[in-house]
Unconditional design. Structure first.
Length: 442
């Protein structure tokens, strides 16, 4: 048994964790003086860099000015100004924002809001949600029911509400054994088929990550996938919820990843980088017409939270938006993201254990296999990605790992650095992966 010191119930129980004593810019320093390049921004979260004085000052000033008021009693300039700032960059028509603390909360809120929108529009029979396998939407019970990651679901399966899942647009491992574009987007057509099988009048919404994030490591959908998805949703009056907690807010080189596909959702969830890593902050953006339906309904949105619409978190979020605008970070991600992809491909695409390199902006995935010809994954029992990750960590680079890409097997790394990296740091990341692979498989 591993002995974990202290009184904290930590996120990892297999070994004591190093103690982070300082984080500044791109770097984390532990209590032993070891420096780590944060090449994933934690869980693809830190976007403007660690220790930004502007965010610290905004939080400090807001605490002194108005630290907390309850969202049912007051609003604050911080909350109002953040919503206005987000509306200036959000997809067309998304002009109302419900603020929360974490991405899972935002997903739960969107799921409930979809149901109530239908209730207010006289469609009480719509109760079913459709999501995708290999997705990640959070670990609270409602969000977990929508999540399509097997290992997270199995322990709590008896507690989960019914959510119907369809295959993701994961061309490397197509669920139908087809090849794009000859497949005619069979994975998108599965939504139409599933809605019909459930009964079109029973479905509330379709929930999907715009770019698949943590579970299958940065997989963008084919170019016309979401065009077809939007058409199907419109045909059956099903709401489209795009989960951009991980892939939104500049991560793919656009303010919102839906811009790559020229599609406008009914709702979009955001989080992680919304607070720059300095504050727990998430949001649901919703089309104004749906907001109006709630306003004109029976008594408001039946939802809430002690820390929803929190003024201090909102002040942090507004500071992040202003940094984005002033430093043109979204445009920077678009430019350097292409360079990162090129560097990854140049050094890794011919490696015998690299099956795929994919991504957009500063969200890239590298998938590893035991046999490149057959795409046979490493068995989960071999803990391949854990060993590779640890070897890279010992080289002073922090990345994010993904498992379960092929059933319960399958391994990948996710690269998602802060937006303030320089090209020289991209080289450090890529070379660390190359050297880590050498130490892991020879």
């Amino acid at each position: 048994m591993t002995k974990i010191p202290g009184n904290v119930f930590p996120r990892r129980l297999d070994k004591p964790l190093p103690v982070a004593s300082k984080a500044d810019g791109l770097w984390i320093v532990d209590s032993q003086g070891n420096r780590y390049l944060d090449a994933s921004g934690g869980p693809i979260l830190v976007n403007v860099g660690h220790g930004r004085e502007e965010i610290a000052r905004a939080i400090y000033d807001q605490v002194l000015q108005c630290d907390y008021v309850h969202g049912t009693m007051f609003t604050t300039p911080a909350v109002e100004n953040l919503a206005q700032a987000l509306a200036a960059h959000a997809p067309p028509g998304i002009d109302r924002f419900y603020f929360l603390s974490g991405g899972g909360e935002a997903v739960e809120t969107a799921i409930k809001l979809a149901r109530q929108i239908h209730l207010e529009n006289g469609r009480p029979q719509r109760v079913r949600l459709i999501s995708r396998w290999k997705s990640y939407h959070g670990l609270s019970l409602g969000a977990l029911a929508a999540t399509g990651r097997t290992t997270f679901r199995v322990p709590f399966a008896p507690m989960l509400s019914e959510v119907v899942h369809i295959p993701p647009p994961y061309c490397l491992r197509c669920s139908y054994g087809l090849i794009y574009p000859q497949c005619k987007l069979r994975c998108a057509l599965a939504l139409d088929e599933t809605i019909q099988n459930l009964g079109p009048d029973t479905v509330t919404a379709f929930l999907a990550e715009t770019v698949s994030g943590a579970t299958i490591a940065g997989v963008p959908a084919p170019p016309d996938y979401f065009t077809l998805i939007r058409e199907i949703c419109d045909n059956y009056h099903v709401l489209l919820i795009l989960d951009e907690v991980l892939c939104g807010f500049g991560r793919t080189g656009r303010w919102f990843a839906s811009e790559h596909y020229d599609v406008v959702p009914d709702m979009v969830t955001m989080g992680k980088g919304l607070g720059g890593g300095a504050a727990a902050l998430s949001a649901v953006g919703v089309q104004g017409r749906h907001f109006d339906a709630i306003c004109n309904g029976s008594g408001g949105f039946v939802h809430g939270g002690t820390f929803s619409h929190h003024s201090v978190a909102a002040a942090a979020g507004l500071a992040v938006v202003r940094i984005f605008e002033r430093e043109q970070l979204v445009e920077r991600v678009a430019r350097l993201g292409e360079i990162l992809g090129q560097k990854l491909s140049a050094r890794l695409e011919n490696h015998p254990h690299v099956a795929d390199i994919r991504g957009l902006g500063f969200l890239w995935g590298v998938e590893f296999v035991k046999d490149k010809g057959t795409l046979q994954p490493f068995p989960r029992s071999e803990k391949f990605i854990e060993r590779l990750w640890q070897n890279i960590f010992h080289l002073g680079v922090v990345l994010y790992r993904a498992t379960g890409l092929a059933g319960i097997d399958g391994d990948a790394l996710v690269i998602g650095p802060p937006y303030v990296v320089e090209e020289e740091h991209l080289d450090l990341m890529v070379e660390a992966i190359v050297k880590g692979l050498e130490r892991t498989v020879g």
